[in-house]
Design a protein around this ligand. Structure first.
Ligand SMILES: [Zn+2]
Ligand SMILES: [Zn+2]
Length: 149
């Protein structure tokens, strides 16, 4: 009788669901896998000899991640909007124009003002010539060209 035995690595699915894949950047289906090393006899896995840990596999890009990615939360729609507003303000748009822009995008005035206020967080400065208000880092008034420093 020939004895054929050996070790092999196998993966077992622990659970599955939907997560924000760090590679794809959007919600994707995943499988949580458990990797283990098995002792084989005649190529049949007999018992697990070693736990190799768990990993999360994106079912779209097939990349593997640490199970910690499952607790990561993608920014909400309002957080994303706030970031966009902040970027616009940083690039030199005066606060009241940002409010008008949001209103033009069908947001009501109260909400628009609240968003702009939150995005600027009180770090503002006012043009001495035309009194347009800007985010702190802006260097030149868009309206009259006056230096804000
Ligand atoms: Zn992916
Ligand atoms: Zn000005």
């Amino acid at each position: 009788m020939i004895f054929i035995g050996g070790l092999s690595d196998r993966q077992k699915e622990v659970s599955s669901g939907s997560f924000t894949c760090p590679h794809c950047g959007i919600p994707r289906p995943y499988k949580l896998m458990q990797a283990g090393r098995y002792f084989n006899l005649y190529f049949i896995p007999i018992f697990r000899t070693k736990d190799l840990g768990q990993y999360v596999q994106c079912q779209i890009c097939q990349r593997n991640f640490d199970p910690q990615v499952l607790t990561y939360k993608a920014p909400s729609a309002s957080e994303r909007l706030e970031q966009e507003i902040r970027q616009e303000l940083q690039s030199g748009m005066p606060l009241h124009m940002m409010v008008e822009k949001l209103i033009a995008q069908k947001m009501d005035r109260t909400t628009a003002e609240l968003y702009v206020k939150r995005a600027s967080e009180g770090e503002t400065k006012t043009c001495t010539q035309c009194s347009f208000v800007y985010l702190h880092g802006v260097e030149r008034c868009l309206n009259c060209g006056t230096s804000l420093n």
